[in-house]
Design a binder for this molecule. Structure first.
Ligand code: F6P
Length: 550
């Protein structure tokens, strides 16, 4: 593929951006009463309104031209067909097979993957019934009340986010916990909440070699054996999710209690199968099925809707417009939903591990920006923290405001106040407040002319700051499935347009390679000479304090 910047579409977008000048989105709303309906789309229970973005009809059609020029439809077909588009690891990219609800055969290396997918889904369903129904009990015969997922990255963020989001749909007897950090605080504070006799640990690791996960899993096993007084207890309190049968057996988990997945499922795309085990246990097999149904519905939309009416494609193109043509360095994810509190963290891995890259598919350095920095917190909390910068700072931060029509905990007027705040923020970002308005306000408040002049610049809001509004009918399993799948496909489309391999993550490897040597140096109490002097001195300082122990 050529660099996107060499396409006519990219060049036309540059010219268009220059002709547009400083976009006055507010004025466009005044000039066009249909603007909001023209720049929004509804897809099965999800409404995307992007009319507060600096786009016109022409912008959108030029962006669609870019998607065409970079062959987005062809690459989409290739992904869904099981081609090995993750070429640096020689792997297909088939998270969509995990939610292929019509069982369309998908062939990799001459073998249809669907029978195995269905076998594991069935295993999850049977196990979930057993744990929830009391057929599966702990070593001492207790019902399981607490499920602890030990994993990190893609083996943690997805299920942790989804279990928090869908807790209202969960079995009230079951509590889910997530231990990811190698910092012993995470495990210790979780174990302190638990009764070993009624706790089930899921050791969740694609490779089953990840240092954090294995360290936590071994410590959790020691705790369990010590508390229950028998090695035999492990069989009823530990199951595994992995692609690595040998390593699971070596850990001491019966491979009959291993839930398998495959190298063609990327960690950050893995919530839909075995990695979703904690979610399936919490919400049950039917609800878990609805979660997959939602994702499948989004897949169908993504594969069949024309590019101009395609929700994930539109999200991707708006992101590219902001990143590559307006220089937005970051993008905020602002769920107005406490249930989606972990969604920004989940998207950080999805977007930044996928597209945080500077080498294109031909192995050449890119000369354009790729993934922005993704960050965010749920509203309304963010309003009382970092929104100051979004409204009045020197950086323009495009933001996705995500909210649901109803709450699973209806409580007097909370939901209306939540939604009112969300809309007020998007409106304020668009509308701003000019000096004239500020002056009028201050005069009405009784300030004198000198005070008004003094205060006015500080109280002006520039406005015309971009946002997307994503309104969900309800945050239920099906809608959450759709929402996650929409963002997955958005990231895919951006990766194609940026000419990247979105499915490897070599950038996480170097630190992992260096850590064992430093661990050895800490134990020996010295910094080896190959370290830079800063690292060398820090190793020395730590080793002196701990005497090589810990
Ligand atoms: O270090 C990054 C990473 O490889 C992620 O891509 C992955 O989701 C995570 O670590 C966990 O890996 P595993 O599931 O193999 O333990």
């Amino acid at each position: 593929m050529p660099s996107p910047t060499l396409t006519t579409a990219w060049q036309s977008l540059l010219t268009h951006r220059d002709e547009m000048g400083l976009p006055d989105i507010k004025a466009w709303f005044h000039a066009d009463p249909e603007r909001a309906s023209r720049h929004s789309m509804a897809v099965a229970g999800m409404l995307l309104d992007y009319s507060k973005q600096p786009v016109t009809g022409k912008t959108m059609s030029l962006l669609v031209n870019l998607a065409k020029a970079m062959n987005v439809p062809l690459w989409t077909q290739r992904m869904f067909a099981g081609d090995k588009i993750n070429f640096t690891e020689q792997r297909a990219v088939l998270h969509v097979a995990l939610r292929n609800r019509v069982n369309r055969p998908i062939v990799v290396d001459g073998v249809d993957v669907m029978p195995n997918v269905n076998r594991v889904l069935q295993q999850i369903a049977v196990f979930s019934d057993a744990v929830r129904g009391g057929g599966w009990r702990g070593h001492t015969g207790d019902l399981i009340t607490d499920i602890v997922n030990i994993g990190i990255g893609g083996s943690d963020l997805g299920p942790a986010m989804a279990c928090a989001a869908l807790k209202p749909f969960g079995d009230p007897r079951l509590r889910t916990h997530f231990v990811s950090n190698i910092d012993s605080t995470h495990l210790a504070e979780t174990l302190a909440l638990l009764n070993p006799a009624s706790t089930l640990f899921i050791v969740c690791s694609k490779t089953f070699t990840t240092q954090e996960t294995l360290t936590n899993a071994h410590s959790a096993r020691r705790w369990l054996v010590e508390k229950l007084g028998s090695d035999g207890a492990v069989a009823k309190h530990f199951v595994a999710v992995s692609t690595n049968t040998k390593a699971v057996a070596a850990f001491g988990i019966d491979t009959a209690n291993m839930f398998e997945f495959w190298d063609w499922v990327g960690g950050r795309y893995s919530i839909w199968g075995a990695v979703g085990l904690s979610l399936a246990l919490l919400i049950g097999k039917e609800r878990f099925g609805e979660f997959l149904d939602g994702a499948y519905e989004m897949d169908q939309h993504f594969c069949t809707a024309p590019l101009a009416q395609n929700l994930p494609v539109t999200l991707a193109l708006l992101g590219i417009w902001q990143r590559n043509f307006f220089g937005a360095e970051t993008a905020a994810i602002l769920p107005y939903s406490q249930a989606l509190a972990r969604f920004p963290a989940y998207l950080q891995q999805l977007e930044m591990e996928s597209n945080g890259k500077r080498i294109d598919r031909e192995g050449k350095p890119v000369d354009y920006a790729t993934a922005p920095i993704i960050w965010g917190e749920p509203g309304t909390n963010g309003q009382h923290a970092f929104f100051q910068l979004i409204h009045q700072g020197t950086s323009v931060v495009p933001a996705d405001f995500i909210f649901a029509l109803s709450s699973e905990y209806p409580q007097s007027d909370h939901q209306n106040k939540l939604m009112a705040n969300c809309l007020a923020q998007t409106e304020a970002l668009l509308r701003g407040k000019d000096a004239g308005e500020v002056q009028q306000e201050l005069l009405k408040m009784g300030f004198n002319a000198e005070q008004v002049n003094h205060l006015t610049p500080h109280r002006v809001f520039p406005g015309n700051r971009p946002s997307n509004s994503i309104l969900l009918d309800r945050l239920d399993p099906k809608t959450l499935g759709k929402l996650i799948a929409a963002y997955e496909h958005k990231v895919f489309v951006q990766g194609i347009i940026w000419n990247l391999n979105s499915f490897d993550q070599w950038g996480v490897e170097l630190g992992k390679q260096l850590a064992p040597q430093i661990l050895a140096d800490l134990a020996a109490g010295l910094g080896a000479d190959e370290h830079d002097s800063s690292t060398h001195r820090l190793i020395g300082a730590i080793a002196r304090r701990h005497g090589g122990k810990q």
